[in-house]
Design a protein around this ligand. Structure first.
Ligand SMILES: Cc1cc2nc3c(=O)[nH]c(=O)nc-3n(C[C@H](O)[C@H](O)[C@H](O)COP(=O)(O)OP(=O)(O)OC[C@H]3O[C@@H](n4cnc5c(N)ncnc54)[C@H](O)[C@@H]3O)c2cc1C
Length: 440
């Protein structure tokens, strides 16, 4: 039987490797860095073990929950604090987000909590949604275009954009409609975007849209690695792949070097060559997109602050605050981790844990200032116990090439729900294909 080589030990590569080995395949995983998990990682701030990347998963469709249950993690799944997130609006005022909304799209554009954010004029424009023909906007190229067509610019820019940017680090104009699964389908059935939101929220009541794992999402990586270990799947660290071909990969000569540079190294450097039966790529940037459009990566910078601030003990801004553009605050979002997750609160032992995200690297003092503005509580250097800054590169989606199977967020879209579901399905398809070939 041929060996399957999985390139990249992020969650996509780990899930794929596990599913393939459960089908009886021989699998080997190559990882460029010295650890598995990719954008799921753990760090310690003030001695508190925290997620430094992804910290929650979307519960829609139940796929991640079902997968965690299969891994024996059912009893570690936890719900966040059931309180609305807040929005730091364009006028600098911080208000709770409308209770019934989906990615900021309101179910009742004229509700007082919507008017407070967008103003009465934009809210009335939002009401037009109920009068427009049902299919208007259904073929929109982006979530932004859909909302603009149905509810107008005001609701899009003042409400939906800050929420989407806080979650996806992208403007809704750059996000496919599929990022809100089932939304267009529900809109066509309800003849209204607002009613579609109500319907989807009835299926997934407030507070149940995301969940986490006690001990953090890094617990998922621990569980997947334990499974691979149990089934004898080797994960080789410090092995950077420079090139992928349908039947072999070319390894980078120096695992710490930039792969782009190593491509150039082809002409001089001694590059080991590896021949294998089947290769699946679970790492970004290695395969040329089918449409030739270059892959884009964006950086996200996170600042984690551990502070002594008893005023924050009763979670004045729920799970956190999303930030509209054009205010004095440069952070895109703040998550009050010790309010959101009971396990963080317990580990923090009376201190508060905050996480702010930025598009370009911030100073800790700026993060303290932004946190003060967003939480309405003055936080000073003297209250700071510890801090950490982490930078992540996120790969945008590309058009899938035919030649080499690909998993991971550049093909499935970002977020653990999309990535895990796609990797799982890909493993099943590869298994079915292999069985078919073997029976010939
Ligand atoms: C700060 C942050 C917060 C997030 N929060 C959430 C959240 O709360 N909920 C959610 O659902 N999603 C969240 N996400 C998104 C989610 O984490 C990702 O969509 C998901 O983890 C991507 O997994 P992946 O396996 O596709 O890619 P990655 O995690 O990027 O894994 C790719 C792996 O491939 C390795 N690799 C790269 N190049 C090579 C090479 N040349 N050779 C060998 N190996 C290579 C990398 O080192 C890495 O280990 C967040 C992301 C970030 C950055």
């Amino acid at each position: 039987m041929t060996e399957t080589l999985v390139v990249g030990a992020g969650v996509a590569g780990l899930v794929l490797a596990r599913e393939l080995v459960l089908q009886g395949r021989t699998v080997r995983v190559l990882e460029a860095t010295d650890r598995a998990g990719g954008q799921i990682a753990r760090h310690e701030v003030a001695g508190i073990p925290l997620d430094s990347g992804a910290e929650a998963f979307a519960t829609r469709g139940g796929t991640v929950r079902a997968y965690l249950e299969r891994l024996g993690l059912a009893d570690r799944i936890v719900a966040p604090l059931d309180a609305p997130a807040w929005l730091h609006a364009r006028d600098g005022v911080t208000v709770p987000l409308p209770r019934v909304s989906l990615m900021g799209i309101p179910s009742a554009p004229l509700a007082e909590d919507v008017v407070r954010v967008v103003g009465r004029r934009a809210a009335w424009r939002g009401m037009l949604d109920a009068l427009l023909p049902g299919p208007r906007g259904a073929n929109a190229a982006s979530l932004g275009a859909l909302v603009r067509a149905r509810m107008g610019d005001g609701i899009l820019e003042r409400l939906v954009a800050p929420v989407v940017e806080g979650i996806h680090s992208k403007h809704p104009d750059d996000l496919p409609v599929s990022a809100a699964p089932g939304l267009v389908h529900a809109m066509l059935q309800e003849n209204s975007l607002a009613r579609a939101v109500t319907r989807l929220r009835i299926d997934a009541p407030a507070g149940s849209l995301v969940a986490g794992l006690e001990g953090g999402m890094a617990t998922l990586v621990d569980a997947l690695l334990a499974e691979l270990d149990r089934y004898g799947v080797p994960v080789e660290y410090g092995v950077r792949v420079a090139e992928v071909h349908p039947d072999h990969v070319v390894l980078a000569a120096d695992p710490d070097a930039d792969p782009a540079t190593l491509r150039i190294g082809e002409d001089g450097e001694p590059i080991p060559d590896l021949r294998h039966g089947e290769i699946v790529v679970a790492a970004p940037g290695l395969v040329d997109p089918a449409d030739g459009r270059p892959a884009v990566t964006t950086a996200t910078h996170l600042v984690t602050l551990v502070v002594n601030a008893p005023e924050l003990a009763d979670s004045p801004r729920g799970t956190g605050v999303l930030v509209a553009r054009g205010t004095a605050v440069r952070a895109r979002a703040l998550t009050h981790l010790s309010a959101k997750w009971a396990w963080v609160r317990e580990a923090a032992a009376g201190r508060e844990v905050l996480r702010l995200s930025y598009e370009s690297a911030p100073e800790v003092d700026e993060a303290l200032r932004d946190a003060s503005a967003l939480l309405g509580v003055l936080l000073t250097r003297a209250q700071l116990v510890d801090s950490a800054v982490t930078t992540w590169q996120r790969a945008a989606r590309i058009a899938a090439p035919e030649s080499i199977p690909l998993v991971g967020e550049q093909i499935s879209g970002t977020g653990l729900a999309a990535v895990i579901d796609h990797a799982h399905r890909t493993a099943e398809e590869l298994g079915a294909r292999a069985r078919e070939q073997e029976s010939l």
